[in-house]
Design a protein around this ligand. Structure first.
Ligand code: DON
Length: 570
C-alpha cells in the first residue's frame, strides 16, 4: 500500500506536466519551467506564454508590462515609468531605470503662486503634474540588449487585449464612477476610454475595449521606442499638453532616454540582496534596514512580537531619515553617500543607538528633513523567472491610481502625475509633511525620487526570491517584511506575502499597522515602548516568486490584497 502511495506521488511530481497551477492565498502556485506573478491574471498569462514560446525573463517582462498597460489601468502603463532589476542564472546583474523626467521647461518653483504656496495642487493634478513617460523606452532598451523573441510578438498580446477587449473588473468600478463626474474638457478622452459611449459604466464582467490604445500599441509594435517617442504618438501627446496648458513637448519625448545602471547590493544572513539604486531610495533603505536587523536573532524574538515590531520600527525610522536627507537623481546629486548608507559598520553605529525597550524620537531638527504625507496605493509590481533561472523584478507606476486621470486624445493611454514625487517648495521642510530638501527639487530633465523597490535575493550566485510591491513609501517596508518572512521566519512565499505588516517612515512619527495584525496585549506592549500606532487598510500588494533549487520547483504568490492578481507557472 505504501508503495502504491509512493507511486502516486512520483506520478504527480515527475510525470504529470505542470500546466499552470492555481494559487490561493497562502498556497503558492507551482511551476517547473517558469513563473510570472502580477497584479492582473491576464497579464501573467501573457508573460507565461512568452516563456512557453522559449522567451527569456526579459521577453516575459515586456509582454507582461504591456499587457498590464491594458488590463490594469490604475497602475500598468505606457504613460508612466519605473525600474527593472535583473539577476541572471549566470550571475549577471543589471537594472534599467525608466523613471519619468521633468520636462525641459520645468523649474524648481513651477508649482508656486506669488505667496510661495502650491497653486491648486498643480504638482499632483492637471497637465503640469505629468512627467515625461519612460516605460516604453525602458522596455525597449531591456529588450534590445537582452531579449530573445521578436519585439512585435511581445506587444501582440497587449494589442489583442485592447482590441478584442477583456472583462471589466470590480476593481475598476469606483474609478469609473469618478470618471463619470469629470467635467473639464481635458478629461474628454478619459471619458471616451473608460465609459460606454463616453457616459455609461461598464458592469463588472462586461467586455471593455480600448481601440485608441490598441492603435498606439500597434505603432509601438511596428516602430519600437520611436512608435511612442516620435511620430504620431509623440505629436498626439505634445498637442494634448499644449491644448490644456502642459509643458511636455515633442522635443522632451524625442530626448527621453532610459538608463541601464548597476543595482545596489548588500548581504543578509548569507544571502545577497540586489535592488534598485537611485533615483529610487528603495534599495538603499532596504539594505540599510536589513543590515541593522542582522544584529538581532529575529527568529527567536518571534514574528510580529512587540519586540520584533519595535526593532523593525527603529530600523525603518533610521533608514527613512537618511532617505529624506540624502537621496535624489544621481544625474543631478553628486554627493550621495550610497556606500556608507549600505555598509555594515554604519548599520552597527545605528544599531548601537537603539534602546531595546524604548522608541527613539523622530526629530526633524536632528535628521534635517521631513517627508510628504500623501500615500497612494497604486503602482504595480511583477516578478518573473524563466526556464534557465533568470529573474526579473519590475515595479512601475503612474504615481496615483490612474495617474493624472488624463488620457491623451487620440492616443488612448493614461498619463502619470509623477511630478508630485519631487519636493515642490524649495527650502520648506516641516513636521506637517512638507519637504523642501535640495536633492529632490525639480530641475529640467531630472528624475524624481522614488520608493519603488524591485528586489532579487540570491544564494550562491543564483536568484532565490524575486519580490516587490506598490504602496508609495510603504513599498520599502513591505519588501523588507517579506524578505524577513522568508529568510528569518522560513515562511513559504504565499505565507510571506499574505502576512500582516507595519509601516513607519520617520515622520510623521507614527506606526501604521494592518488590522488584526497583533493581539491587544501585544499592541499594548508595543505602545508602552513609546510607539504611537494607527490601524490602516491594506499595505501594498507584494508579488513574489521563490525558487527551490533542491526540488527544482518555482513557487509564485500573488498577494490577495490585489483584486485581480495571478501567478502563472508551467
Ligand atoms: O515612485 C514612487 O515611489 C511612487 N510614485 C510610487 C507610488 C505608489 O507606489 C503608489 N502606489 N502604490
Amino acid at each position: 500500500m505504501r508503495r502504491f502511495f509512493a507511486y502516486c506521488l512520483a506520478l504527480t511530481v515527475l510525470v504529470i506536466p505542470f500546466s499552470s497551477s492555481a494559487q490561493s492565498g497562502r498556497t503558492p502556485a507551482v511551476g517547473r519551467n517558469g513563473m510570472v506573478v502580477s497584479s492582473h491574471y491576464l497579464a501573467s498569462e501573457a508573460g507565461k506564454e512568452a516563456l512557453r514560446k522559449g522567451g527569456n525573463a526579459i521577453d516575459a517582462a515586456v509582454a507582461t508590462a504591456l499587457a498590464l498597460a491594458v488590463t490594469l489601468p490604475s497602475a500598468g502603463n505606457i504613460g508612466g515609468g519605473g525600474f527593472l532589476v535583473y539577476y541572471g542564472a549566470d550571475g549577471k546583474t543589471t537594472t534599467f531605470n525608466f523613471r519619468e523626467k521633468a520636462p525641459l521647461a520645468a523649474t524648481s518653483t513651477m508649482y508656486l503662486d506669488a505667496n510661495g504656496a502650491i497653486r491648486n495642487n498643480s504638482n499632483h493634478e492637471g497637465p503640469l503634474s505629468v512627467g515625461v513617460p519612460g516605460t516604453v523606452a525602458g522596455l525597449w532598451m531591456a529588450h534590445q540588449r537582452m531579449g530573445s523573441l521578436p519585439w512585435a510578438d511581445l506587444v501582440q498580446p497587449a494589442i489583442d487585449l485592447a482590441e478584442k477587449g477583456f472583462p471589466s473588473t470590480w476593481d475598476m468600478q469606483g474609478y469609473l464612477q469618478e470618471v463619470q463626474g469629470l467635467t473639464q474638457p481635458m478629461y474628454a478622452a478619459t471619458k471616451k476610454a473608460f465609459l460606454k459611449e463616453g457616459k455609461d459604466l461598464y458592469a463588472p464582467g462586461e467586455l471593455w475595449k480600448q481601440p485608441d490604445l490598441a492603435e498606439t500599441l500597434k505603432r509601438i509594435q511596428k516602430e519600437g521606442r520611436d512608435g511612442f517617442y516620435k511620430g504620431k504618438t509623440a505629436k498626439l501627446l505634445a498637442d494634448y499638453m499644449k491644448k490644456y496648458g502642459g509643458i511636455i513637448t515633442e522635443e522632451d519625448l524625442a530626448r527621453y532616454e532610459a538608463v541601464e545602471q548597476a543595482p545596489v547590493k548588500g548581504t543578509y544572513r548569507g544571502y545577497e540582496i540586489v535592488s534598485m539604486a537611485p533615483p529610487s531610495s528603495g534599495g538603499i533603505a532596504l539594505i540599510e534596514m536589513l543590515n541593522i536587523l542582522e544584529g538581532y536573532d529575529l527568529k527567536a524574538i518571534g514574528h510580529n512580537s512587540a519586540l520584533y515590531l519595535h526593532l523593525l520600527t527603529e530600523a525603518m525610522r533610521r533608514a527613512f531619515a537618511d532617505r529624506a536627507e540624502h537621496i535624489g537623481d544621481p544625474a543631478f546629486v553628486s554627493n550621495m553617500p550610497v556606500d556608507r548608507l549600505t555598509s555594515k559598520p554604519y548599520a552597527k553605529t545605528l544599531r548601537n543607538g537603539i534602546d531595546l525597550f524604548k522608541a527613539s524620537p523622530s526629530d526633524s531638527a536632528t535628521f534635517n528633513a521631513a517627508v510628504h504625507v500623501y500615500e497612494s496605493d497604486e503602482t504595480t509590481h511583477f516578478s518573473v523567472v524563466d526556464a534557465k533561472g533568470n529573474a526579473v523584478s519590475l515595479t512601475y507606476t503612474l504615481e496615483y491610481g490612474y495617474g493624472s486621470s488624463l488620457v491623451v486624445e487620440g492616443g488612448g493611454f493614461l498619463l502619470n502625475n509623477e511630478m508630485g514625487d519631487f519636493n515642490p517648495v524649495p527650502g520648506v521642510t516641516n513636521r506637517s509633511g512638507q519637504i523642501g530638501t535640495p536633492p529632490n527639487l525639480v530641475a529640467p530633465g531630472k528624475r524624481m525620487l522614488s520608493s519603488m523597490t524591485p528586489t532579487i535575493v540570491a544564494k550562491e550566485g543564483k536568484p532565490v526570491l524575486v519580490i516587490g510591491s506598490p504602496g508609495g513609501r510603504t513599498i520599502i517596508n513591505t519588501v523588507l517584511q517579506v524578505v524577513l518572512n522568508v529568510i528569518d521566519h522560513e515562511m513559504n512565499i504565499g505565507e510571506a506575502v499574505e502576512a500582516g505588516r507595519i509601516h513607519h517612515q520617520w515622520l510623521p512619527d507614527i506606526t501604521t499597522m494592518e488590522a488584526l495584525l497583533i493581539s491587544p496585549d501585544t499592541r499594548q506592549l508595543y505602545e508602552m515602548m513609546g510607539h504611537p500606532l494607527r490601524v490602516r487598510g491594506r499595505q501594498g500588494s507584494a508579488m513574489g516568486i521563490f525558487i527551490d533549487r533542491k526540488k527544482g520547483l518555482i513557487y509564485g504568490a500573488a498577494d490577495s490584497r490585489a483584486f485581480d492578481g495571478g501567478a502563472s507557472g508551467y
